[in-house]
Design a binder for this molecule. Structure first.
Ligand code: ZN
Ligand code: ZN
Ligand code: FE
Length: 765
């Protein structure tokens, strides 16, 4: 006889873990008990040695799909003589916290039920079980029990209750358990909120979609706005109503086979698409796809996701079309989550509303991923991922890191957990700020974090920085430590932290813009350091941004900034495709701004260099969304360009002094010459990307020579450029560098909060 006591930590509550343990114990003929505690699941089992060992092995190997096991500890005891196996009352321990499961896509069992005519949940859009369904978005506090979720208003019926009580049922203790008799229900309304008379809301909604209407559909973490993705008319209309310019939409499809009709899907892509997280995945878009180009103009990749709630499954099947499914918001506002809010905010966008009465507690956008070299990389991290933590290579103080301005996330740390929030959005309006404050409060409650340190970006104008300053004013001189963190130091540290690397590295940070320690705008910077400190070893040459922020929206202005500052104030624009954007009066203004240095902040930004080249080549002079000029420049480069033996453009490295500067005059002159010589834009794009990779390699070699370290961490939003990412990784690895890249958190500013948090932890001593 053998008796063991087991502690399991991780996401092990609310995911069917106890019934799984119960079943596993019965299967192996073992006796004992299992119970939830505040921080873990405790198990005691006894029986013959061999089945006990098998039980321990299978505990991890066969765990339910939503469980995420972090740690299993096993201790052997005297046999206790248990009779049978029981699920014991939960034990709550003051101050302990537990991980909360993200929301997870409908499981195959639940899907089977809603599609079978003889099931009591046939066509029921709120079907869920312990292996799937809403979690984080409905939880107000822990422990995770129905009264602490937005399901509390629904009184469970006897049938659902008996499932809930049966340890062998997959709905044992499924808090959101529901059926058509007792659970949430749908309502179809027009844009004024008036009921649409129909027998079946899903059939009626599908008919409207097929007619070319725009529908707002309440989902897991907010409203999505849907329309027929094959109809250019309605897609264009939706763009206008959402004031979205040409920013790409995501498309929802029903099956993996359907996705394959529209996109190239690798094995890893397929795995991620059909995973319980079911993110939006960027996939190479086939020419013969019936999804209209208006969905993602000028781009060779399409963002695709599969249905991830029963409501989507039913609606998609009924509609029989790929549907645009985009966040229910206007421009950059946060996603709408409540019925009244949606009707008020989306009334001018959607023709009809498919509503339901299960409240959403936390806003939760769809996650966006891309698989690179077989490895999934987060571009936007939210549904299915947050609030699952990033694991740190050390035990952290309790830190609140406020994040950046664009693509904001915040991060709270405790022990080895970094709770990076779901994507909050661009902090440019009151609504987003409110949603940020709500989410901070929720995370502090759920994970019982009382920050002792607050980290924030050095940019004085970021709303997240202003929030930190408010906290500082509130705290007075009391206790809390406030740590300003340089933006690109945060990028570097974020990459190191998620890779669990604690040593110093070369930080290649190619970014839009971030506030430097000297008050200038950095963004093409080569750092050396780690969590404790960094040195700016080098950077791209400073150039003026004529008009400041205006130069970000108008890449042609950046092109003028590069041309006039690097090639001289009398450089000719002849033969350059700038006339189409540039009115003569504006040219005069810009030249004056440049000559006098008025409203021309200096930047080392790599993002702005991509913008300028894109404008010089004639790809994009103005942008509708962030990085559009660079994305379309990248899309031009032929896939096989790099087997064509292209030479990089010339550039200079000025290694005198403490800080090495990459001179860009020759590069810009060569691009201008190529444009005048009518070299194909595709080729210029390819050569330019190659040049950037070459320049990174040369800088890394130089810094490795000075530091003796051949470890490079790549971060910053410019690395979302897959071509650049691939070229830089290849060049560095071939040269013997160890290369770290982002996977779990985005390389863009969505990853900043993680870096801030680790830096602040060490700054606190
Ligand atoms: Zn399920
Ligand atoms: Zn029921
Ligand atoms: Fe950044």
């Amino acid at each position: 006889m053998k008796c063991v006591r087991i502690h399991v930590r991780g996401v092990v509550q609310g995911v069917g873990f106890r019934p799984f343990v119960y079943g596993l114990a019965l299967e192996n003929g073992l006796s004992g008990w299992v119970r939830n505690t505040s921080g873990s699941v405790e198990i005691e089992v006894e029986g013959a040695a061999e089945p006990v060992d098998r039980f321990v092995r299978e505990l991890e190997a066969k765990a339910p799909p939503m469980a995420r096991i972090e740690d299993v500890s096993v201790a052997t005891f005297e046999a206790q003589g248990h009779a049978g196996f029981e699920i014991r009352e939960s034990l709550s321990e003051e101050g302990r916290y537990q991980l909360v499961s993200p929301d997870i896509a409908t499981c195959s069992d639940c899907l089977g039920e809603i599609l079978s005519t003889d099931d009591r949940r046939y066509r029921y859009p709120f079907t869920n079980c312990t292996n799937c369904g809403p979690r984080f978005t409905i939880i107000e506090d822990i422990p995770y029990d129905r009264p602490k979720t937005t399901m509390r208003r629904f009184k469970i019926c006897p049938d659902c209750q008996s499932e809930y009580d049966d340890p062998l049922d997959r709905r044992f203790h499924a808090q959101p358990n529901a059926c058509p008799k007792c659970g949430p229900s749908l309502l179809l309304t027009d844009s004024q909120g008036a009921n649409v008379d129909c027998d079946d809301a899903i059939q009626a909604a599908a008919a409207l979609l097929r007619e070319g209407k725009v529908l707002a559909v309440k989902g897991l973490g907010g409203f999505l706005v849907a329309c027929d993705a094959t109809d250019p008319g309605v897609v264009t209309l939706l763009r206008e109503r959402k004031r979205r310019g040409s920013k790409p939409f995501a498309v929802m499809m029903t099956t993996l086979d359907e996705v394959r009709e529209h996109c190239l899907v690798s094995t890893e892509d397929a795995e991620l698409l059909t995973s319980p997280q079911a993110p939006i995945l960027l996939l190479p878009w086939k020419d013969q796809s019936s999804v209209c180009r208006e969905v993602a103009p000028g781009i060779r990749h399409l963002g695709v996701m599969l249905s991830y709630t029963p409501l989507h499954h039913l609606l998609m099947r009924e509609t029989g079309l790929p549907l645009v499914m985009t966040s229910g918001n206007l421009s950059e506002e946060p996603i709408a989550k409540d019925n009244d809010e949606a009707l008020a905010r989306l009334g001018d966008i959607a023709d009809y509303f498919l509503l339901h009465n299960r409240d959403i507690y936390a806003r939760y956008d769809d996650s966006v991923f891309e698989v690179r070299a077989g490895v999934p990389q987060a571009i936007r991290r939210a549904r299915g991922y947050a609030p699952y933590p990033v694991f740190l290579p050390f035990k952290a103080r309790q830190v609140l890191a406020c994040g950046a301005e664009e693509k904001n996330t915040f991060c709270l740390t405790r022990e080895e957990h970094a709770f990076v929030s779901q994507h909050i959005g661009d902090m440019e309006n009151e609504e987003t700020l409110e949603s940020y404050l709500d989410a901070i409060k929720l995370y502090q409650t759920l994970f019982r974090v009382e920050p002792e340190v607050v980290a924030y970006d050095m940019h004085p104008e970021y709303l997240s920085t202003k929030y930190a300053m408010d906290l500082k004013a509130e705290a007075g001189g009391d206790g809390l430590l406030f740590v300003p963190v340089q933006h690109h130091h945060a990028h570097l540290s974020s990459c190191l932290a998620e890779n669990q690397v604690t040593e110093d590295a070369i930080g290649v940070v190619l970014d839009g813009t971030g506030y430097g320690t000297d008050g200038t705008l950095w963004g093409g910077d080569f750092l050396f350091g780690g969590f404790r400190s960094f040195t700016r070893m080098g950077h791209l040459e400073y150039v003026p941004m004529p008009g400041g922020a205006a130069a970000i929206a108008k890449p042609y202005r950046m092109a003028l900034g590069y041309v006039y500052s690097l090639l001289g104030p009398d450089a000719s624009l002849e033969g350059l495709p700038l006339d189409e954007f540039l009115r003569p009066e504006e040219l005069g203004v810009v030249r004056q701004q440049l000559a006098r240095g008025v409203n021309c902040p200096l930047t080392t930004s790599a993002g702005r260099l991509f913008d300028a080249v894109s404008a010089l080549v004639g790809v994009r002079g103005t942008v509708d969304y962030q990085a559009q000029a660079a994305i379309e420049l990248e899309a031009l480069a032929p896939d096989d360009a790099f087997s064509m033996d292209l030479a990089p453009y010339p550039f200079g490295i000025n290694a005198q002094g403490d800080v090495t500067v990459v001179r860009l005059g020759e590069l810009v002159a060569a691009v201008v010459d190529d444009v005048r010589d009518r070299v194909a834009p595709a080729l210029i794009s390819a050569r330019f990307h190659l040049t950037m990779a070459r320049l990174v390699l040369d800088m890394c070699r130089l810094i490795a020579g000075r530091t003796g370290v051949r470890l490079a961490a790549l971060s910053g939003g410019v690395f979302q450029n897959r071509l650049l990412h691939r070229l830089v990784c290849t060049a560095l690895k071939e040269d013997g560098f160890r290369v770290l890249t982002h996977r779990l958190v985005p390389c863009n500013d969505g990853g900043i909060s993680l870096g801030q948090a680790v830096i602040a932890h060490f700054a606190a001593g």
